[in-house]
Design a binder for this molecule. Sequence first.
Ligand code: NAD
Length: 354
Amino acid sequence: MNNTVFVTGGAGFIGSAVIRRLLSEHDVTVVNIDKLTYAGNLETLNAESESEKYVFEQRDICDRDSIDALFENYRPKAIMHLAAESHVDRSIDGPAEFIQTNIVGTYNLLEATRNYLSSQNDADGFRFHHISTDEVFGSLGDHGLFTEESPYDPNSPYSASKASSDHLVRAWHETFGLPVVLSNCSNNYGPYQYPEKLLPVIISKVVAAEPIPVYGTGSNVRDWLYVDDHASALIQIMQEGQVGRSYNVGGNEEKTNLEVVKTVCGILDELRPASGGGMHERLIEFVADRPGHDQRYAIDASRIQRELGWEPQESFESGMRKTVQWYLDNQEWIEMITRKNQSAGQRLGVIKKS
Ligand code: NAD
């Protein structure tokens, strides 16, 4: 084993933030393993691709032979597994890819890792870090927080596929002794998020002076975390987390979707005033709710704070301001993604329950 870290899904939103941080702050070589689905973009890593400590391998995590070959070739000391189908609305329109990548793909990585470690004399320092979501815990009422002990109760095809993968990772630890750590995080926002998620959608709609779609009444509550804070938590968990343990990661910033939209509109009122005057929030348009839309997620992140000393650096206000400014400064990035994929920013996942 050498100082190499595998990052699956490194061309995605969170994976690319992890790679930027690994290369700028840690003495490791990074192998980015990504299939480059519609959500993967190497342009997010233009600067990093110049580094001698960065390698890109275009691979499908469901292809066992090619993952085995990567282990053989690079002999990593850790794998940070972020590759996934990640958009709830897409999982409603087409769950098959979610089952394949999130469940079968994770199973493949676990088996490839097990095979690799069986050939090592000393596998002690190795870590398999599985990155997951708070959505596996289902929906909360008005009170309470998800802890690491909360029962799993997923409601969407996406969260059910992530819950399945969490269970597989835990089972490979209990049954085969695989040295795993897990983390479940709340909603991320920040630069380079694919323009189908709430934040980039709001900003793009305001810039285009188009209606901003808000699902249902906008009363669904999520906890929000700036993506670089998530990246720092993930690296710390990979390096210092206790084997077999899981860590909840969150920003302690619960907001309704409507509050998020109004906050972003308020920042844009300052940074990019509407041409005819008036407030951007007049563009808000309430649209049909997502089927099975979980009402509230909230995270108790006290374990990672207590045991690893991690806490977020950005507040909701400061993180949102940075994010809005980034999208305004990088409009060509959104335009490039939208040109590549016409469905970016379109409404998905509106089926009628039978
Ligand atoms: P993303 O959709 O932006 O990126 C996913 C990446 O995985 C893409 O680069 C894609 O090309 C790659 N990929 C997909 N299928 C693949 C396959 N079969 N083989 C190899 N690569 C493949 O996702 P994200 O928002 O960066 O999320 C990353 C991880 O974090 C996911 O596991 C997600 O469940 C988890 N997570 C996300 C959030 C969030 O708010 N975005 C919150 C908590 C947890």
